[in-house]
Design a protein around this ligand. Structure first.
Ligand SMILES: [Mg+2]
Length: 249
């Protein structure tokens, strides 16, 4: 069993923005009984609590669970019955405004997002350590999201232009319709390194599981570290893999 298992959330542990299934929650709590488990994703902390923590069985060993919201820009651990912040690489209000202006400019220049048209919820969200641009809005239905950019071309075009407009920040693909901007150098690799430092383990003793490890995917950054990786096709695939890990104990 690896000393640390790091999971991507959307598309890996759960469907996009959906809670863990009961089955997945039980498997995760079985892992927590044996090793440290971290979850890293673009959402903010409340999203992690809703999708992951509240689904876990009441006896789950939370002191072995680590939450890294906003793509690793923040890190929380469970101590004294609370989620305590280990660090947060916050963007200032002024930085968030600069990023928002660039997002609007990139949307107009590429013609990919029309801000005058209504969508499902907010399109630009300031999450402390990260600003997220959601092309169809935060609350867009899954069927619509899946149709928007199946070949990644739209997100790549937006990412490329935003990276040029915001050289002092890191610009990455978030979910299937979103772009995430963080402080420069803050990405999933940053979060993975911070985790390994905190536990005093080498990166090669940790395992990262994600559905977007391919080039251009939102898990690709972890290849900058020496963690072991396991690529999955979705939560059903992840479930089979966790079962195999548990059988090996
Ligand atoms: Mg994913």
């Amino acid at each position: 069993m690896p000393k640390l298992i790091i999971f991507d959330l959307d598309g890996t542990l759960a469907e996009s923005k959906q809670p863990l299934t009961d089955e997945m929650a039980v498997l995760l709590s079985q892992l927590l009984a044996h090793t440290r488990v971290a979850v890293i994703s673009g959402g903010a902390l409340p999203q992690f609590l809703k999708q992951v923590v509240r689904q876990l069985p009441s006896d789950a060993h939370l002191s072995n669970l680590y939450l890294l919201p906003t793509s690793g820009a923040a890190f929380y651990e469970w101590k004294q019955d609370n989620w305590n912040k280990v660090y947060e690489e916050r963007l200032s209000e002024k930085e968030a405004q600069t990023i928002e202006a660039a997002m609007r400019a990139a949307a107009a220049k590429t013609g990919l997002i029309d801000f005058s048209k209504p969508v499902w919820g907010e399109r630009i969200e300031y999450r402390g350590g990260q600003v997220t641009l959601s092309a169809l809005g935060q609350k867009a239905p899954m069927e619509e999201k899946k149709k928007w950019d199946p070949d990644h071309a739209k997100r790549h075009a937006l990412q490329e232009l935003l990276a040029a407009l915001l050289p002092e920040f890191s610009v990455g693909i978030g979910g299937i319709t979103s772009i995430d901007v963080t402080k420069r150098g803050v990405d999933k690799a940053y979060g993975v390194r911070k985790l390994c430092e905190r536990f005093g383990i080498s990166e090669s003793e940790a395992l990262y599981i994600g559905d977007e490890l391919r080039a251009g995917g939102n898990d690709e950054a972890v290849y900058k570290t020496n963690v072991e990786t396991k690529s999955v096709n979705g939560p059903a695939d992840t479930k089979v893999f966790i079962e195999s890990l548990l059988e090996s104990i």
